[in-house]
Structures are given as C-alpha cells and as structure tokens.
Write a protein that binds this ligand. Structure first.
Ligand code: SF4
Ligand code: FE
Length: 486
C-alpha cells in the first residue's frame, strides 16, 4: 500500500484540488486551514496506527482480492475476527484522537456495496462486482480515504425521490451515455468529505420501481471539477480562527468529524466506476447493511472518546481536590459502566456476525441497532455526569486572552487555581477539553450520526421477531401456537 503514515496522507491531500467553501470563502489547503486542519490530523491518525507496533495488527491486514498488505479501512471483512478487530481499532483511535477520525463511513460503504452488488450480479447477470473489485484494488493499493456518501437532502420528507417537486433533492442519474452516467444532486452531513480522496455514492433509502434514476452507486474522485463542498459550522469554531489553543479545547483533532455538503452538478462517472444503476430492489438491502455496519462502530469509537472524557474528569477531580468524595467516585464509576456497556454491544454484534453470499461478513443487525440506540442515550448521560463533576466554572471560564493578559492574567491564575502545585493553566486546559467534548456539535453527532434514533427503533421493531416471541409466551401457557400473527 502506498500511503503508509500520517505525513504521507496529509501530503497526498495537498496534491488534490477539491472545491471547498467555508463561511462564504474558498479553502485552498484543507491541511492548513484552521477549520479543517484538526480533522485532517484526526484522519491522519488512521494512517499512523499502521506504523504503531502495538496496534499494527489491528490497523493492517491482507487483501482478499490481491493477497497484498492493506490498511483495514479499505478491507472487506472476511470473518468474525475482522469484525472484532475493526471494533478494537476504532476504540483505540477514539482514545488517541478523542474525536471522530472519519474513515469508517467509507469502510462501511465498501462492505455494504460489496455484498449487495454480488447479489445483484447473481440475480441479474450484471458485472458490478468485477468493476467494484478493480476500483477497490486501486483504493487498497493506494490506501486512499473514501467518504461514504449516503444521506440526501430529501426536500419534502412526506414524498419519496420520484415525487419531489425538485428532483435534485435526491442524487440521481440525469443522463446515460455509452461510456457512463451523469449525476446531479447533493449529499449532506458528509463526515471527512473535505479530506477524502474518493467519494462512494450510495442511495439513501429503499426505493420502488419509479425511482430507477435514483438507485445509483458509483465512485468519484473528490476533486472532480463538477463537485462543490460546503464545510459545516461547529460550536465555537470561531475560536479556531485565531488558533487560541487552550480555548479550542482539543486543538489537535477537533471536537467532531468535520462534515460537509457535497454538491454534484452534472458529474460524469465512467461505466467502470458505476456499481448500481437502476436496481431499485436492492436499495433497501444496501441501506440496511451500511447502517448496521456503521451503527456497530459507535459503541467503539465513542467509547474511545468517553475513555478520554472519563480520564479528563477524573484528573480534574484530582487537581481540584474532589477526587476522594464518594459521590465523585460513584459518578465516575457510572461513566465507566455506561462506556463499557456500549463497547459490549459493539463486540456482541461483531461476535454474532454472519457471512453474506459474497463472503463479506455482516454484523448482527439487531445488536448493531441496539448499540447505536444506546449511544444516543449513554453519551448524553456520560456528558451530564462529566459536567456535573467538572463544576460550573466550565460555563463561565475567562478566555485564554485573559489568562495571558499582563494586566489581569495573575487574577485568572489566582482565582481559577486548584490544589497546590498544579498550574492553573492545566486546570483550564482540562476544563476546555471537557467543554469541547460535551458541547453541542459533539452530542448532536452522537444523536444523529449513523442515523437518527428513530431509524434504529424502526429496525429494532422490524428485527424483533415478535411472532417468535409470541410463540414462546403461548407455548409456556399451552395455547395453540398456530394462531400467531405478526
Ligand atoms: Fe468512524 Fe465513529 Fe466517526 Fe462514524 S462517528 S466515522 S464510526 S469515528
Ligand atoms: Fe458518524
């Protein structure tokens, strides 16, 4: 594989020329712009892990396509061990960055696409898998970062793709040529988009016959001239403009993934990069599998973040003299308990993985949905406990400018100090980190990333096998089981 460390990944981004806007202005270099650079560094950690002897086994594997060494973020899971190693890798990366490192969306897109196009080919005699394998070999050999692009704008949510007054509310094919297709539309909330090499477009929902032009999977280089990206705002991002390192909270890696709108204005995609074209019957399976893979991740990456947050709160308790209080220990215990509960579900849905007909392994979808649903609750509870333990000064803390001021810096140092011997600056740094990790954008990501809570509840109900459960109850009572109805 070509890109073997974080520095090479960052350098590779400088050779791309994507069109990116932020706050009304163009970003020329995502690796240096204060709004995007932290996210680039977080993604670079996925590359750096491959040269970390302790974790190399998680970060690197063997391609089932070529037998060559590849990064796990480009791998098609071949067994349960692969699923488990992915989960372990994500937790480690969460611990090392304290944020979203973005690269899992492409990995999950690759895996969902691989298993589904195999089934399309089996049923319809198409050659999508061969095309996908060629593209994937390129991705694996170069070790590229792929953004999995699923979520469409959706316009009027009461209508499906084919009934929208504006057809561009869902990415769709506007022209079919002998040598490829032309697509138009947009994808929203795209984690890691501005620092990816490639975009893997997938349909966002199950579709019917009338939506053939919307049933499209294809791959496009991220700097295609027909693509415009608009990078999103995040809570307190103005603090980054002046690179106030303490006030940013986590200056190295950012508080969330770094999301963008990707707009496609009549982008041509050659045939060899098209992996679904009109097969609406398979859109449901694609979305279902992608969602399950991504929801499985959340009990791992977020657990890594919560490990950092728990460590930050525990240290803050030590340096402000509250660590021995029994209620503090109890709340920290609860934070750990909730984190580990989340991790259990990520491990469980991987341990219960199963092979699709393509040979690619899927996680258990029920357990993956339960995992993500729990993240939407436990992360909030952990954040609540962290803020409870940290104290109100996080909301009223003066800025780094005041700390550094010749006139009043000594006052900030005096009145925001904790136990003797620990610089006030250390206490402020930890406080800002807790603020960043429990703030608005970070929690919204846990709520809606990988699908909003209701999306998991729909799948949990659907997968709940209520008929079987009714049979169990009836059997125990000796009632006739044939009366069962779903
Ligand atoms: Fe990966 Fe987690 Fe970020 Fe999703 S939220 S891309 S699973 S790190
Ligand atoms: Fe996410």
């Amino acid at each position: 594989m070509k890109l073997i460390n974080g520095a090479e990944y960052i350098e590779s981004l400088r050779n791309l020329n994507p069109t990116i806007y932020y706050k009304g202005e163009k970003i020329d270099d995502v690796t240096r712009h204060p709004a995007t650079a932290p996210h680039v560094r977080a993604a670079a950690m996925t590359y750096a892990l491959a040269s970390d002897e302790e974790h190399k086994d998680l970060a690197v594997t063997t391609s089932h396509l070529t037998g060559r060494t590849i990064g796990r973020f480009t791998h098609v899971h071949q067994n349960i061990e692969d699923l488990m190693k992915k989960i372990k890798m994500l937790r480690v990366l969460g611990q090392k960055t304290g944020t979203c490192f973005q690269r899992c969306v492409g990995l999950d897109g690759i895996n969902a696409t691989y298993s589904v196009v195999f089934e399309i080919d089996e049923k319809l005699g198409t050659d999508y898998l061969e095309r996908l394998k060629k593209w994937l070999t390129y991705i694996q050999d170069e070790n590229l970062m792929v953004v999995g692009a699923m979520t469409d704008p959706k316009g009027d949510r009461s209508k499906g793709p084919a009934d929208q007054p504006d057809p561009d509310q869902y990415v769709h094919i506007v022209e079919r040529r002998d040598d490829g297709i032309v697509i138009r539309g947009a994808k929203l909330h795209m984690t890691g988009a501005v620092n990816s090499h490639e975009i893997l477009i997938m349909p966002t929902t199950a579709m019917d016959e009338r939506s053939k032009d919307y049933a499209v999977i294809c791959a496009i280089p991220a700097d295609d001239p027909g693509i415009t990206m608009i990078f999103g705002r995040q809570a307190s991002d103005d603090r980054r403009d002046k690179m106030e390192r303490i006030d940013v909270g986590k200056p190295s890696f950012g508080a969330v993934g770094g999301e963008a709108v990707i707009v496609f204005e009549d982008v041509f995609v050659p045939t060899e990069r098209v992996f679904m074209d009109g097969e609406t019957d398979f859109t449901g399976a694609l979305v279902y599998r992608f969602a399950a893979h991504h929801r499985a991740n959340y009990g791992a990456c977020k657990t890594g973040l919560m490990d950092v947050l728990t460590g930050a709160v525990s240290y803050l308790a030590q340096i402000q003299g509250t660590a021995r209080a029994s209620h503090v220990k109890d709340k920290i215990t609860e934070m750990i308990h909730l984190s580990e509960t989340l991790y259990c579900s990520s491990i469980a849905c991987s341990a219960e993985g199963w092979p699709t007909p393509s040979g690619a392994y899927m996680v258990d979808t029920m357990l993956a949905n339960v995992c993500k649903q729990n993240v939407t609750r436990f992360h909030f509870e952990i954040a609540r406990l962290a803020l409870d333990l940290a104290g109100g000064f996080i909301a009223t803390l003066p800025s780094e400018y005041d700390l550094e001021s010749e006139e009043i810096g000594h006052l900030v140092r005096k009145y925001f100090s904790g136990v003797e011997g620990i610089p006030t600056e250390t206490r402020i740094k930890i406080a800002r980190m807790i603020e960043a990790m429990t703030g608005g954008t970070a929690l919204v990501e846990s709520m809606h990333g990988a699908g909003s809570p209701q999306a998991q509840r729909v799948m949990i109900f659907r997968e709940g096998e209520l008929d079987k459960k009714i049979k169990l109850a009836k059997s125990l009572l000796g009632l006739p089981v044939r009366e069962n109805k779903k």
